[in-house]
Design a protein around this ligand. Structure first.
Ligand code: NAD
Ligand code: MG
Length: 392
C-alpha cells in the first residue's frame, strides 16, 4: 500500500484522483486530504477515505469540519492553514503527494513535498511558473520524483526517453509539440470577444475543469503557463517548444526526435488517464477512462495559434524569454485578472491588457531565492489590484 496525500482534494483534479484511488483499494491508502473552504466536500471525502489528517486552509472552516467529523464519530485529525498543508505534504505516512491546489497558493505545500523527497504528482503548474528553477533544484537535492499531471506534460513524459535530465539535445529530442484545443473562443469573431461572459469562458468544449484554468484555457494563458512548465520539467528551451492548435484534444502532446520520428500520446480527454499513469508509474492500472474510439474521432486537425487572438500566449513566451522574475509577475497578474473577470470586475480582453501592463511596470530581476519570489508575487498582485481600482 502506498500512502497518498491529496492537496486540493475537493477540486476537479482532486476528485478525479480519488476516483482512480477508489478503483484500487489495496494499492493506495489516503493519508491526508486538504481543501480551501469546502467543508461539505471534505467532510464527505473524510467519511469515505478515513485519512489520518484533513486540512482546511481556512481556520473557521477547519473548526466547522472538526465539529462535524466528531459528531459523525470520525477520528480524522483536522489541521488548518499553511502549517497544516505543509504537514499533510511532508508527513512520513505519505510516499505520494498529489499537488492539485490551484494557483500560487499551491507552491509552498508542493515545495514541502519536494523537500520531503516525495513522489510528487504535479498538477499545480503555477508552482513551476513562479519558481521553476528553485523547485527543480530542490527536487534534485532531495531526491523527489516529479511526475507531471497536466495532460500535455504527462503525454510528453510518456513520449520522452528515460533520461532527459541533460536537456533535449543530449537525448536526441528536437522539439516538444504541445497541443492546445484553443478553448471555447477559437473561432469566435474577434469583435465579440470583448463581451464574452464568465459562463461562456468556463464552458470548455473538451475538458471539465476548475474555473481558473477554464478561463486560462479561453485566453490561452493556460498554454503559455504550460510552455513555462515544459521548459522547467524537460529542460527545454522555449524555442524548442511549439504550440499546436488541435481542437479535438485527442493527441495530448508530441515529441519530435532528431531522426524525424514524432511520438504522440492519444486518449480521451479525461484527467484520470494522466492521474492513473502517475500514480502507478512505471506500471499501468485501470483508470475508468473509456477506450478511445478512433472511428468516432474520425479526423484530427492541426493549426498554428493566432497570437493576435491570444495575446496571453505571446505574453507568456515573452516572460519565459525574459527569464528571472518575469514568469512570477505574469502569473500573479493573471491570477488577479482572472479573479476580477470571474467576479465581473474586468472584461475578457482586459485580462491580457492588465497582465501586459503589470509586466511592463516590473523590471525583470534574476531569481535569487524563495523569499524574493514570494515578495515579487505579492507586489505584482498589489500592483494589479491598484490598476484595477484606478480603472473605475
Ligand atoms: P479547482 O478550482 O477545481 O480545485 C482547486 C482545489 O484547491 C480545491 O480543492 C480548493 O479547495 C483548493 N484551494 C483553492 N485555493 C486554495 C488555497 N488558497 N489554499 C488551499 N487550497 C486551495 O482546480 P482544478 O481544476 O482541480 O486545478 C488544480 C490545479 O491543477 C491547477 O493548478 C490547474 O492549473 C491544474 N490542472 C487542472 C486540470 C483540470 O483538468 N482541472 C488540468 C491540468 C492542470
Ligand atoms: Mg494542460
Amino acid at each position: 500500500m502506498k500512502g497518498l496525500t491529496v492537496l486540493g482534494s475537493t477540486g476537479s483534479i482532486g476528485i478525479s484522483t480519488l476516483d482512480v484511488v477508489a478503483r484500487h483499494p489495496g494499492r493506495y491508502q489516503v493519508m491526508a486530504l486538504t481543501a480551501n473552504r469546502d467543508v461539505e466536500g471534505l467532510f464527505a471525502q473524510c467519511l469515505q477515505f478515513n485519512p489520518k489528517i484533513a486540512v482546511m486552509a481556512d481556520e473557521t472552516a477547519a473548526a466547522d469540519l472538526a465539529n462535524r467529523l466528531w459528531r459523525a464519530g470520525n477520528h480524522t485529525e483536522v489541521l488548518s492553514g499553511l502549517v497544516g498543508l505543509e504537514e499533510a505534504a511532508s508527513m512520513p505516512d505519505s510516499e505520494y503527494v498529489m499537488a492539485a491546489i490551484v494557483g500560487a497558493a499551491g507552491l509552498l505545500p508542493a515545495l514541502a513535498a519536494v523537500r520531503a523527497g516525495k513522489r510528487l504528482l504535479l498538477a499545480n503548474k503555477e508552482a513551476l511558473v513562479v519558481s521553476g528553477r528553485l523547485f527543480m533544484q530542490e527536487a534534485a537535492a532531495h531526491g523527489a520524483v516529479i511526475l507531471p499531471i497536466d495532460s500535455e506534460h504527462n503525454a510528453v513524459f510518456q513520449c520522452m526517453p528515460d533520461d532527459f535530465t541533460n536537456g533535449l539535445n543530449a537525448c536526441g529530442v528536437k522539439r516538444i509539440l504541445l497541443t492546445a484545443s484553443g478553448g471555447p473562443f477559437r473561432t469566435t469573431k474577434l469583435d465579440e470577444l470583448a463581451h464574452v461572459t464568465p459562463e461562456q469562458a468556463c464552458d470548455h468544449p473538451n475538458w471539465e475543469m476548475g474555473k481558473k484554468i477554464s478561463v486560462d484555457s479561453a485566453t490561452m494563458m493556460n498554454k503559455g503557463l504550460e510552455v513555462i512548465e515544459a521548459h522547467w520539467l524537460f529542460h527545454a528551451e522555449p524555442e524548442n517548444i511549439q504550440v499546436v492548435l488541435h481542437p479535438q484534444s485527442v493527441i495530448h502532446s508530441m515529441v519530435e526526435y532528431a531522426d524525424g520520428s514524432v511520438l504522440a500520446q492519444l486518449g480521451n480527454p479525461d484527467m484520470r488517464t494522466p492521474i492513473a499513469h502517475a500514480l502507478a508509474w512505471p506500471e499501468r492500472v485501470e483508470s475508468g477512462v473509456a477506450s478511445l474510439n478512433l472511428f468516432d474521432v474520425a479526423r484530427l486537425d492541426f493549426a498554428e495559434p493566432d497570437m493576435q487572438r491570444f495575446p496571453c500566449l505571446r505574453l507568456a513566451f515573452e516572460a519565459v524569454a525574459a527569464g528571472g522574475t518575469a514568469p512570477a509577475v505574469l502569473n500573479a497578474a493573471n491570477e488577479v485578472a482572472v479573479a476580477a473577470f470571474l467576479e465581473g470586475r474586468l472584461g475578457f480582453l482586459g485580462i491580457a491588457e492588465l497582465v501586459e501592463r503589470v509586466l511592463q511596470k516590473n523590471e525583470v530581476q534574476p531569481t535569487e531565492n524563495l523569499e524574493q519570489l514570494l515578495d515579487i508575487d505579492h507586489q505584482a498582485r498589489r500592483m494589479a489590484e491598484q490598476m484595477l481600482a484606478q480603472r473605475v
